[in-house]
Design a protein around this ligand. Structure first.
Ligand code: JCH
Length: 254
């Protein structure tokens, strides 16, 4: 998979060299290229922002540097834009992290992991001039994506989170494919069970004895119960209907 990133803070993406993602880059599984938006700003101060038209607080990113940078990246895309109706369009997908976007989910990560070429446009200040989104949505595929309902200072941290979630789903990136299979537990919408390792006792705290029993049916049953209880407690809205009525431990005092 090819990933281009555009940002005025390319240094954020040094994090992608570390650990799993760095190895995936070395193995050629992902080809990440980071571009400094200021390289497409040609005035003496390499200006990328200006005051909001119509008034208001803060600054807005100017369209011209974005246009030059994105045109250059799209011209070099390894993914051919298809001459097909928009509904079945191919070609590169441009993602703009935005607090006003659709919410990023594991489902979206799986969907995006199928793409050949992703382009992340990371805004700063109060965001990017709307005409940039309109221009590239007319010429190809654009998605505004939020990583959650909180406000960051720019798109960089959101892009890193998305790139990590997408890249680990690519064949060969995560060493042990079994860990991805186990995660498809995520298909059932429940939170994970608590994990333990050695030693069996630490500061007077014991690992639950069932995990030391060697009884795999009992271990599976315990883990499932833990996942259900945890989900009921922390994220009740995720509980599948068929588990909603069950009341084990629902009211400690009852
Ligand atoms: C961003 C900003 C609009 C502050 C500028 C570009 C994404 N999930 C998520 N949270 N925050 C972001 C995000 C993504 C890109 C940019 N900012 C800062 C933008 C604001 O309100 C109008 C406030 C934030």
């Amino acid at each position: 998979m090819r990933i281009d990133v555009v940002s005025i803070f390319p240094g954020y993406f040094d994090a992608l060299e570390l650990s799993l993602l760095g190895k995936a880059k070395q193995k050629g599984l992902i080809d990440v290229r980071v571009h400094d938006l200021r390289d497409a700003a040609h005035d003496r101060h390499r200006t990328v922002d200006d005051t909001p038209t119509g008034g208001g607080a803060g600054m807005v990113m100017k369209p011209e540097p974005w246009g030059e940078m994105l045109d250059g990246i799209l011209a070099e895309s390894p993914d051919e834009p298809a001459e097909t109706p928009r509904s079945e369009a191919h070609g590169p997908l441009i993602i703009f992290p935005s607090p006003a976007g659709e919410v990023f989910t594991q489902r979206m990560a799986r969907e995006l992991a199928q793409e050949q070429h992703l382009v992340f446009g990371c805004g700063r200040y109060e965001g990017i001039d709307q005409r940039v989104f309109d221009e590239y949505a007319e010429r190809g595929r654009v998605r505004l994506v939020s990583i959650g309902d909180y406000v960051l200072n720019g798109g960089e941290v959101a892009a890193i989170a998305m790139i990590e979630a997408i890249a680990r789903l690519l064949p060969g990136v995560v060493g042990n494919p079994e860990s991805l299979v186990e995660e498809s537990h995520e298909e059932d919408g429940l939170l994970e069970y608590p994990s333990y390792t050695k030693p069996a006792e630490w500061r007077g705290r014991e690992v639950p004895s069932v995990l030391l029993s060697g009884n795999h049916a009992a271990i599976d049953a315990w883990r499932r119960e833990q996942r259900i209880e945890r989900t009921r407690r922390v994220r009740p809205e995720l509980l599948p209907r068929e588990l909603r009525g069950e009341s084990r431990g629902r009211h400690a005092a009852e």
